[in-house]
Design a protein around this ligand. Structure first.
Ligand SMILES: Nc1ncnc2c1ncn2[C@@H]1O[C@H](COP(=O)(O)OP(=O)(O)O)[C@@H](O)[C@H]1O
Ligand SMILES: [Mg+2]
Length: 291
C-alpha cells in the first residue's frame, strides 16, 4: 500500500500537492496547484488503506452529488481523478476557516450570524432543487470566507460525503433512511433511522448551527450525548438566554428544530425567506473572543 501524499507530490500528472487543509474520517484534503495553469485547488484524497473499499464508492457518490449543483455558496467540483490506485476529488479551494474554528475565535451578533450563514442556506436550497440532500450540515462542513470583518463575508457549504441523491435511489431503498451525519446536528428522523429523510433534515442542521452561532452554545446538551438525543426527539432545545435575540427569530429557530419534519418550514427556500429580515443592513463585524 502506498504512503499518504506529501508536499511536492504530483498526482494525476498535473496537481502538485501543497499543504493539508483538513482531515476527515476517510480523507485528507490538501491544497494543490495545477502545474500547467497555476490555478489552486483543494484535493480530497482517500486514505491509502481505504482504496478499493466502500469509501471509494462513497467518494464517487460525493462527486456525483457535487457535480449537480452550481451555486456560489456550494463547493464546486472541478474533476474526479485517479492515481496511485485510488480516486480523488479536485474542487475549488474555499479559502477561509471552518465555521467551527471561526466560532472558537469570534462571537457574532444576530444580524452578523444570519448574514454569514444565509448564503449557504440558499446554496442548500439550490442543492435541494437538484434533488441533493446534504445530510451532514455542521460547523466543520461550513467554510467562512477569509475576508474577516468585511461586509461581504459569507459561508460555503462543503462535504457532500453523506449526501442523498433522491432520484438515484429506488422508492423504499434503505439509502433513504440510512443513519449518517453527526449526532449533535442530526435531525430526529435521521436518528430514528426508520423513516425517509428529505431536505428538511438540512433545515434542522442549519437551525442547530444558527442557534449555536447566536447563543454561543449548542441547542442540546453538550455534556451528555444520550440526553442530547432525547432532548432532540422530544423537541426540547435549551431556552435562549442571550438578551438580544428577537422573539420571532427564536420562534423561527424552534420551528426548524421541531422533531417532526412536517412541523418545520415546508422547504429550505421558505426557511431562508423568513430569516432574510434578520440580515445586517449596515456594516458588520465580529468580536474576537478572549481565551
Ligand atoms: N474545498 C475545500 N476548501 C478548503 N478546505 C476544505 C475543502 N474541502 C474540505 N476542506 C477542509 O477539509 C476538512 C475535511 O473535508 P471534508 O470534505 O469535510 O471531509 P470528511 O468527509 O472526511 O468530513 C474540512 O472540514 C475542511 O476544513
Ligand atoms: Mg466533513
Amino acid at each position: 500500500m502506498q504512503n499518504d501524499l506529501e508536499c511536492g507530490d504530483i498526482v494525476a500528472g498535473v496537481y502538485r500537492i501543497d499543504t493539508v487543509l483538513g482531515r476527515g474520517a476517510d480523507c485528507t484534503v490538501f491544497s494543490a496547484e495545477h502545474t500547467v495553469t497555476g490555478m489552486s485547488f483543494a484535493v480530497k484524497w482517500l486514505r491509502p488503506k481505504l482504496a478499493g473499499t466502500d469509501a471509494t464508492q462513497r467518494l464517487i457518490h460525493e462527486a456525483r452529488a457535487m457535480m449537480r449543483v452550481h451555486h456560489p455558496n456550494i463547493v464546486r467540483l472541478r474533476d474526479l481523478e485517479c492515481d496511485r490506485g485510488t480516486v480523488f476529488l479536485v474542487m475549488d479551494w474555499c479559502r477561509g476557516v471552518s465555521l467551527k474554528n471561526y466560532l472558537h475565535d469570534y462571537r457574532m451578533d444576530v444580524a452578523n450570524a444570519v448574514s454569514v450563514l444565509l448564503p449557504s442556506i440558499r446554496g442548500a436550497a439550490a442543492a435541494h432543487g437538484r434533488r441533493v440532500v446534504h445530510r451532514d450540515v455542521k460547523p466543520e462542513n461550513i467554510i467562512v470566507s477569509e475576508r474577516q470583518g468585511k461586509r461581504d463575508q459569507e459561508t460555503v457549504l462543503i462535504d457532500f460525503g453523506a449526501s442523498l441523491i433522491e432520484d438515484e435511489i429506488e422508492e423504499g431503498s434503505a439509502l433513504l433512511h440510512e443513519i449518517c451525519g453527526t449526532p449533535f446536528y442530526m435531525a430526529p428522523e435521521q436518528i430514528r433511522g426508520n423513516e425517509p429523510v428529505d431536505g428538511r433534515c438540512d433545515q434542522y442542521g442549519f437551525a442547530c448551527v444558527l442557534y449555536e452561532m447566536i447563543e454561543g452554545k449548542k441547542a442540546f446538551s453538550e455534556e451528555n450525548l444520550g440526553l442530547a438525543m432525547s432532548q432532540k426527539l422530544e423537541g426540547r432545545p435549551a431556552p435562549f438566554r442571550q438578551q438580544k435575540i428577537p422573539r420571532r427569530l427564536q420562534w423561527i429557530i424552534r420551528k426548524a428544530l421541531e422533531p417532526s419534519p412536517h412541523r418545520r418550514f415546508a422547504n429550505m427556500t421558505e426557511f431562508a425567506d423568513v430569516l432574510e429580515p434578520y440580515r445586517a443592513r449596515g456594516r458588520r463585524s465580529s468580536i474576537r473572543t478572549q481565551h
